[in-house]
Design a binder for this molecule. Structure first.
Ligand code: ATP
Ligand code: MG
Length: 254
């Protein structure tokens, strides 16, 4: 098989060290090939065993593809250097190499360190339906408790966000916020920061001066600017027609 001739950029992505690298390229342009070559390069040039690397992907299919392609690439190198025992060793190490989805890697970390975070050793990952039920149950219990306590803050929240049909709107809002903050590395901190914003606006009477007001005004400004550009374009196209041109001239005189 002929050797791949890597482009300059690919070469750079293969050899670069000591910094984070982001490789973005079109579909089928050789991202996985570069990543595989980068791994092989580390094995050969830096003498790092394959089981000392962490290779994570988003899907199981991508992880299998990766493992298969790394294996193929190692075999190819062995063809070039049949005596290289070091390369041959990588074949035996490959089955226990950490080439997996990011989820399965995280699960491994938790499984091997369950005692550190105080969870039972026989924990398991819930499926989506189970999680959804658990969330709803928790939310129902919480709302029940708040109703019983006659919590004043809770009552005002209900007044603001519920309608005559019930408290579903508020429940959904809580779930949406929960879902949203889960993608933040520190959900609780995120919430606390947002709550602190309410304190910062104390005393401000003009909504436009608040953090949210400024964002809304900025958005509205952008929308208006876009609309003006659109209208100008329209005016230009209309001005090509005599009858309509007269109209646009008249209307802009006002
Ligand atoms: N410089 C190159 N010269 C010749 N062939 C190349 C080169 N770079 C990549 N290829 C080949 O292009 C094909 C597609 O590469 P690869 O699967 O790595 O792309 P990808 O960017 O990961 O694709 P996808 O977006 O589908 O994941 C492979 O057969 C690979 O060997
Ligand atoms: Mg790919």
């Amino acid at each position: 098989m002929s050797k791949v001739k890597w482009t300059k950029e690919q070469m750079q992505a293969i050899e670069e060290k000591g910094s984070n690298i982001l490789v973005a390229a079109a579909a089928g342009s050789g991202k996985t090939a570069v990543l595989v070559e980068r791994i092989i390069h580390k094995i050969i040039n830096e003498k790092i065993d394959i089981d000392k690397m962490l290779v994570v992907t988003f899907t199981n299919a991508a992880a299998s593809e990766m493992r298969e392609r790394v294996l193929k690439a190692i075999y190819k190198k062995i063809e070039e250097e049949p005596e290289n025992a070091y390369l041959q060793r990588q074949i035996t190490l490959l089955p226990k190499a950490n080439i997996s989805t990011i989820h399965s890697f995280c699960l491994d970390v938790i499984r091997n360190n369950f005692y550190e975070i105080d969870i039972p050793s026989n924990f398991r990952v819930a499926d989506t339906a189970e999680i959804s039920l658990l969330k709803q149950e928790t939310l129902d219990d919480l709302f029940e408790k708040k109703y019983e306590e006659n919590d004043e803050d809770f009552s005002s929240l209900l007044d603001l966000y519920t309608n005559y049909k019930g408290d579903e709107t508020l429940q959904n809002l809580v779930l949406t916020i929960y879902g949203f903050i889960q993608s933040s590395p520190f959900p609780q901190t995120w919430l606390e920061e947002k709550i602190a914003m309410f304190e910062e606006v104390e005393g401000i009477t003009d909504f436009g001066e608040t953090i949210w007001g400024k964002i809304i005004l900025e958005n509205v400004k952008e929308k208006i600017e876009e609309t003006i550009i659109g209208l100008k374009d329209l005016e230009n196209s209309l001005s090509k027609y005599d009858e309509l041109a007269l109209f646009t001239r008249n209307s802009s005189r006002r």
